[in-house]
Design a protein around this ligand. Structure first.
Ligand SMILES: Cc1cc2nc3c(=O)[nH]c(=O)nc-3n(C[C@H](O)[C@H](O)[C@H](O)COP(=O)(O)O)c2cc1C
Length: 390
């Protein structure tokens, strides 16, 4: 099959070759020294398996449900607010997720409107930040509801930490002639990317269509970001209020400690994602997999607990599920696939994960992801941080 890749790492190499430097840099992201971003990957590598040799089940089951939606494997597309990766953007991601039977989270900073994404995948959750006043937040979730979003994700772990030791990519406000001239040197060396956009009818718009108001006003990326930055962070009462405004599954994404997971339960949420925003929140935030079991122990019987951060292989999914996650969410993995090969690339990434989950279940002698337990993972001493005291 043309463009097929065998691991997510290969997809990343292709994305790096295909994307202009600043677009690739925006996907890498990471905060400050990138300690948390790298820690997310390293933490999975520290976990091991003890395999069985005979008597394995001939067929393995992997399906589950997340926020009321069926998932063929315990994997959900995590919302990512990125621009200019591929002309089909999140619609291609949504189609790939639908083709492979997994739900999709759509960022309010995504490049495609919620209406088009739900059309491509009816199992779509809309993600928002606490940005703007209550009325504007309500207007955004009303629009998502009308579009048919089947769940809401409120992401709270963002601290506006912008510096990176390797330099932040230069993201233009919009694409005009001046920008074209400025970015020409990095774009001409990526002709396939450019050609793909020109064939689609133009250059990336860098808009945030899910911030469009009912009156039709469409803010630019930086204007929307500025609104968010200027909004005081929500209290837990605000979270409870927003939850009361959404009739259906509601996730808080970015929980990192057991006491806050309990606050989320009290606020009435139905799911949380244990996350450090892929290492994009404050640098030094420990890997979600290290705090997952503590959080599952605190609230796992009350709400759904998923995790995200550093998932690149099916074996990572198995480790997370064995340690108590209902499912994982993936970010960069599918972005690399999208950049490398559009919808087929995202399907390829999901297939890589599916095959990896299946192979790991076989190696462990497990008939189903439902049968996984913490003992299936070999956890080194000192892996977990001391539990929170409050
Ligand atoms: C480029 C980029 C943009 C992101 N944008 C958002 C966003 O708009 N909303 C959100 O909830 N999370 C966002 N995230 C975080 C992801 O949803 C997810 O938590 C993270 O990517 C998981 O780590 P992974 O990339 O190692 O899988 C973003 C992550 C990346 C890498």
């Amino acid at each position: 099959m043309s463009g097929w890749f065998e691991t997510v790492a290969v997809a990343q190499q292709r994305a790096r070759r295909r994307l202009p430097k600043s677009v690739y840099g925006a996907l890498i992201g990471g905060a400050e020294a990138g300690v948390s971003m790298n820690e997310n990957l390293r933490s999975f590598d520290e976990l091991g398996f003890r395999t069985v040799t005979a008597g394995q089940p001939p067929v393995r089951e992997m399906q589950t449900t997340v926020m009321g939606q069926a998932a063929a494997i315990p994997v959900v597309i995590s919302p990512t607010g990125v621009q200019a990766v591929h002309p089909d953007g999140e619609v291609a991601v949504a189609r790939a997720a639908a083709a492979r039977g997994i739900p999709m989270g759509l960022s309010s900073f995504a490049s495609m409107p919620i209406e088009r994404v739900v059309e491509a995948n009816p199992h779509t959750f809309f993600q928002i930040y606490w940005a703007g006043d209550r009325d504007s937040i309500l207007a955004r979730i009303d629009r998502a509801r009308r579009a048919g979003a089947v769940g809401l994700i409120l992401t709270l772990d963002w601290s506006f930490s912008h510096g990176r030791d390797w330099g932040s990519p230069d993201i233009p406000q919009s694409i005009d002639l001046k920008t074209v001239v400025k970015h020409a040197p990095e774009v001409v060396v990526r002709p396939l990317w450019l050609l793909q956009w020109l064939r689609s009818g133009g250059l990336p718009e860098l808009g945030v269509p899910n911030f469009q108001t009912q009156e039709g006003y469409l803010p630019g990326f930086f204007e929307a970001y500025g609104t968010w930055m200027g909004t005081a962070p929500p209290t837990w009462d605000d979270v409870a209020w927003l939850r009361s405004q959404w009739d259906g599954p509601f996730m808080v994404k970015g929980i990192h400690r057991a006491d806050e997971a309990q606050r989320a339960v009290q606020a009435g949420v139905t799911a949380i994602s244990v996350s450090n925003h892929g290492g994009n929140n404050i640098d030094g935030a420990v890997a979600p997999i290290r705090v997952l079991p503590e959080i599952v122990a605190a609230v796992g019987n009350d709400i759904e607990v998923v995790m995200d951060g550093g998932v690149r292989r099916g074996s990572d999914v198995v480790k997370a599920v064995a340690m108590g996650a209902k499912a994982v969410m993936i970010g960069r993995a599918y972005l690399w696939g999208l950049a490398a090969n559009g919808q087929a690339g995202v399907e390829n990434v999901i297939d890589v994960l599916r095959n990896g989950i299946d192979a790991t279940l076989l190696g462990l002698g497990k008939a189903s992801t439902d049968d996984l337990v913490p003992d299936d993972v070999v956890i080194p001493d000192g892996f977990f941080p001391p539990p929170t005291q409050r």
